[in-house]
Structure formats: C-alpha cells, structure tokens
Write a protein that binds this ligand. Structure first.
Ligand SMILES: Cc1cc2nc3c(=O)[nH]c(=O)nc-3n(C[C@H](O)[C@H](O)[C@H](O)COP(=O)(O)O)c2cc1C
Ligand SMILES: [Mn+2]
Length: 504
C-alpha cells in the first residue's frame, strides 16, 4: 500500500496518470473558479490546478475536484484509490472493501515532529499578518452567502479533558480578514465537542488544516464512533503513524505537511451569518443563518501553498465520493458484523448520497430462513439506527447478481424487481440530515423524516431454483455460443471491445 504523505505527492501522482490539468491562465476566485471545477466534474475531466488567481499574490494555488471521478479508461476512481494507497485502477468495490476491512485493525496515533521538520511552518503569520484575505478563497456558486475557505480540510478539535481529538470536514465561510463563520451541527462530533467547551463558558481552540495528505479527507468524512481520532484511524489504515506538529497559538497538533493551517478559537458567544451554500443534494437553496465565529490567531503555510476546493452540487463531487464511500464502508462493516449475508454496500454516487445499495447473497433466503421484510427491517434498524446511516434516507436491498456499482445495472434491478405496491417499506420519524430537498419545513426543524427501504429481493418470492435469472450475455446463451461470438468479434467487423464488459 503506497502511503502518499502530502498533497504535493498526490498531485504528482495525478499528473503522471494524466488526471491533472494545470491552468496557468488567470482565473477569478469570484465564481469563475467554481464554474471550472463544476464543469470538470460534469466532464469527469482532470482535476484543475489553478496557478494564477486574479487579485491574489503570485504563488498561491488552488486544486479543484481533489476527489472527483475521472474519465480516463479504467481509472474512474483513481483520485480516491491513490489517496487511500490503492492502485489507481481500483474499483469502487475494492475501495469500499479496503475501508471496511481495516476497521478491525489497531489504531496508530500520530508521531509528533519538530517545527523544523514540518513544511506547514515554512511561513508563520500571527497578529495582523494572519490575514485570510491573502488566500485564494473562492465564491463558489451564484447565490452562495460568501466565500468558502474550508471545503476539503480537517477541523482539528479536542475535548477540554484532552482525551478525544476529532478531525472532520465541516464547511467554513469567510466573514472578514480574521474571522470565519462555522457550521457545527450538534449531531456531528465537532458540535458535541463544542458543547463541552460551551458548558465551561470557554471558546473552543481549533486548527483548520487545509491541503493535507490525501487520505485524510476520507477519514474526515467517515462516520466513526465518538471518542476515536480520525488521525489514529488513518495511521491504523496505513500501518504507520501520521506526522503531526504542534500549533503556534492553540494546544493542538496538525498534519505536518498541511499546505495551510488556520489556528484560532470558535467563540461561545459571537455569531455571524453563514450560508447559504449549495450543498451535497445539489440545489441552490437555503438561507443565511447565524453561526459561531472562528477568531483567527495564526495562519501558517507552506511556500506557494495549495488550497484544495470542492464545489459541492449535483453528482458526482466529493460529498458523493469522500462522504459516500466511507459511509458505505462503515455500513458494510456494521451489517457484516451482525452476520448478515451482505456482500457490498455502495452509496450510489449518482444519487448524491441519497441511495445506499445493499447487496445480499442470492441464497440469503435459504441461509436465514426469513422473509425479505424481516431482512429489510433488520438492515433498516442497523443502518438508520446508527451513525453511519443517520444521513442516509433511502436503501435499496438487492441480490448481488448485478454489479451495484454500475448505475445502469442498479437502475435496471431496482426498476424491474421492486414491487410497485408492496416493495417500499417506510420507517417514520428517523433522525436525518436536514439538507435533502424532499424534506418539509417541519422535518427540517426536527431533523427527522420518513426513511425507506426498497425491497428488490426476489429469492423469497419464487420457489427454490425458479428465481428469474438475468438474461445477460453470460446467462442467456450456452458457453459454446458465447465463446464463438467472443472469438469472432473482430471477424464480424467490430473493432473493440473484444469482450463484453459484463463478461469480465
Ligand atoms: C466534501 C465534504 C464536505 C462536507 N461538509 C460538511 C459540512 O459542511 N458540515 C458537516 O457537518 N459535515 C460535512 N461533511 C460530512 C462530515 O465530514 C461527516 O459527516 C463526518 O463523519 C463528520 O465527522 P465526525 O464524524 O467526526 O463528526 C462533509 C464531508 C465531505 C466529504
Ligand atoms: Mn469523529
């Protein structure tokens, strides 16, 4: 497993794969940069690296779409795979399985290095020098309430008793040169830790590490248990400690190779309007809301720092990959730990985090002896009732004879197998994200909604041995005919491919 320890090593890998687009032409942080990143998601084009940003000093750079999908043949998930130490050709299934597997591995806490050994200390700015307006902070979408500095970094916080360090992605908006407004939902760990500081009537020390080593945002978006540090988790995943370095003005450590670190305190009294920002469901909606203010005490950065930027919106962007894939992995871990015959969980990227597909072994009915309803209820209780499924509104339970990670096959299975009248099982009043646009205003206030499992299982609806078999190339023709067609493919006049994708 190749552990890339800095954003720059990651960028070099993307460049060698042909999945990086350096952009030397001057680009405006005011909407233009966000639009380029959006268009790159739409085309699955190489990740843009902006090297000349209007109104910003020479040297400052921005990497867009750090965890988007690629249109390079066979390398769809290469940004995610290489960030997680896997070969660039790793499939969605292989990435989910790698993340689910390591959950039984020991945690490895970071190793603290000296300031001299930490690239993020190449420039240390305090007092009036710690000026956020020097950074290339983009106004991403038309209608956003402000410029977002934090869309792909780690917010590092620690409980007042020092026992739990948490690192997570939660958006932060520029208020002025020294202040950020922070979205800290009470159900998220950063919100829970903030509540502990509030009870002491103290501001919460925080370090926002931007442009960190590429694997970190994936554990930053991972629904791990309270009390567990995401930095220790990634150390466990790679089997070696991450390197961190003490901050200048707050009692915290940050990843040593971070491009930019913002240090400060999140106030327990001061608020500023934050948002709206186009979020992961992909709509321009919402209002500005007063949120806690982060007062900056220091900015440290590498020479010529690179700010990574996510332009959230319609699929497929990083919420759907870096949030979706680790959530699917945690759901897989949860369901397999409960000894259910589940083979894969997949947060369908094209669903913008709304559909979790759960694949079960086609012989589940013989194994368990239960009905589909009972199996779906068990899956719903486990997924919806635990942190990994808190924000997931819809589950599709499907026998794993189709490739769930192929959206075409998934839509086909859902459309053809779920019964129109009896195939949807509703689960009312479940804790939920308030962002999906299907929710009404009452549901938004209570953060709860009706969730659903779509039952696409067939095994208990047909006598043993009579279950419908997909009439694809592999199942619809005898082997000798299949082989003849494959061997003669070029003879028929076709150039490529020689093999049907489903045959592989
Ligand atoms: C690109 C991206 C942006 C995100 N933005 C936010 C956000 O603004 N607010 C939030 O609460 N969670 C956001 N998340 C989701 C959290 O990172 C995720 O729920 C994570 O589990 C939270 O960490 P915690 O479990 O330590 O609370 C984002 C995730 C990704 C990948
Ligand atoms: Mn956490």
């Amino acid at each position: 497993m190749k552990h890339l320890r800095s954003l720059r090593e990651f960028i070099a890998v993307l460049e060698s794969l042909g999945d990086l687009q350096p952009i030397g032409a001057e680009v405006d942080w005011h909407l233009e940069m966000g639009a380029v990143i959006r268009r790159s998601y739409d085309l699955r084009a190489p990740a843009p690296l902006f090297t000349s940003i209007k109104g910003v000093a020479t040297g400052y750079r921005v990497l867009g779409a750090p965890g988007g999908l690629s249109n390079l043949p066979g390398l769809t998930f290469c940004r995610i795979a290489t960030a997680l130490g896997l070969p660039p050709s790793a499939s969605g299934r292989e990435i989910v399985e790698a993340l689910a597997r390591y959950r039984s591995i020991d945690l490895v806490p970071p190793r603290i290095v000296t300031r001299e050994a930490a690239p993020c200390k190449e420039n240390v700015l305090t007092g009036s020098e710690a000026d956020l307006l020097r950074l290339p902070v983009p106004l991403l979408h038309q209608g956003d309430g402000g410029r977002y500095l934090q869309t792909w970094g780690m917010n590092v916080v620690r409980t007042p008793d020092g026992t739990w360090t948490n690192a997570s992605i939660n958006r932060m908006m520029l208020v002025d040169s020294r202040r950020l407004a922070c979205l800290l939902p009470p159900v998220q760990h950063i919100g829970m830790i903030k509540a502990q500081w509030e009870r002491r009537r103290e501001p919460m020390p925080v370090a926002v590490a931007l442009g960190v080593e590429p694997g970190l945002p994936y554990v930053g978006g991972m629904p791990v248990a309270a009390g567990v540090s995401e930095l220790d988790l990634l150390g466990g995943y790679f089997g070696e400690p991450l390197e961190t370095v003490p901050c200048e003005t707050v009692p915290l450590e940050v990843p040593a190779t971070a491009e930019i670190v913002i240090e400060g305190h999140i106030s327990h009294t001061e608020t500023a309007l934050e948002g709206p920002m186009c979020e992961y469901p992909g709509y321009l909606t919402g209002d500005a809301v007063p949120r806690p203010v982060l007062n900056v005490t220091a900015v440290t950065h590498r020479n010529d720092p690179i700010l990574p930027v996510v332009t959230a919106g319609p699929p497929v962007e990083e919420n759907h990959t870096a949030w979706g894939i680790p959530h699917a992995a945690e759901c897989l871990h949860l369901l397999q730990a409960a000894e259910l015959p589940v083979t894969l969980c997949w947060m369908v990227p094209e669903s913008a985090g709304h559909w979790l597909a759960v694949g079960v072994k086609p012989d589940w009915h013989q194994r368990l002896g239960t009905s589909a309803r009972e199996l779906c209820d068990t899956i719903a209780d486990l997924v919806f009732g635990n942190k990994p499924g808190m924000a997931i509104p819809k589950i599709l339970v499907i026998e794993d004879d189709v490739d769930l990670t192929d959206v075409g096959q998934l839509v086909y299975a859902f459309a053809s197998r779920a019964h129109p009248g009896t195939g949807a099982f509703p689960y009312p009043d479940r804790l939920a994200s308030y962002l999906p646009v299907f929710m009404d205003s009452q549901e938004r206030t209570t953060c709860s909604t009706t969730k659903v499992v779509h039952n696409c299982l067939l095994a208990d609806r047909y006598p043993p041995g009579a279950r419908p078999v997909v009439a694809d190339f592999r199942h619809g023709w005898p082997l000798d005919i299949q082989n003849r067609v494959l061997e003669n493919w070029h003879a028929y006049g076709y150039r490529s491919p020689t093999v049907n994708r489903r045959q592989l």
